[in-house]
Design a binder for this molecule. Sequence first.
Ligand code: IMP
Ligand code: MG
Length: 180
Amino acid sequence: MSAEQELPPLKIMIPENVIDNRIKELAEQITKDYRGKDPLVVCILKGAMFFTVDLMKEMDNLGLDTELDTMEISSYNKETESSRNPKIVKDLSMDISGRNVLIIEDIIDTGWSLNTLHNMLSTRGPESIKICTLVSKSERREVDVPVDYIGFEIENKWVEGKGMDTKQKGRGHPFIGSRG
Ligand code: IMP
Ligand code: MG
């Protein structure tokens, strides 16, 4: 039996059109807030890739040009349990000193990944740092994260799609789904 067959069936939690509309709303808000501030978008690989692309296209439509850098952090020592000690797998390639940094994340769960990242980037002299996440499971938070933009608040369920994975699979679903 393959790994896929062992997973419970996938149910759509947030459909594609609802996600698309919410991303448009977020882009409008961010565009207002960052007008004239030359933002540097930091996409947290791999999960936030899909959300970042959509958000940057919408911001561009609204006339906000953004620069892009990427960073990868590993949050898990097991497949679905936070290690609470995230490690940098790939650092930024750009200097963020004096920049208005907008971190884009797929989902915030315990908060350890973004808490660590926020502290680390704060030491590099940026003008500002804000955080935008597509999904937040706020009831799971163990450490504080200053989140400025949240696409969706969800209950404590494992989700996949729109960049988020279950054992590295499912990132390409255009919707957000849950199993069980
Ligand atoms: P945190 O450090 O516990 O906040 O975990 C954040 C990271 O865990 C996210 O960037 C995701 O990569 C991953 N993650 C947390 N919950 C889920 C989920 O329900 N589905 C997929 N990935 C998740
Ligand atoms: Mg992630």
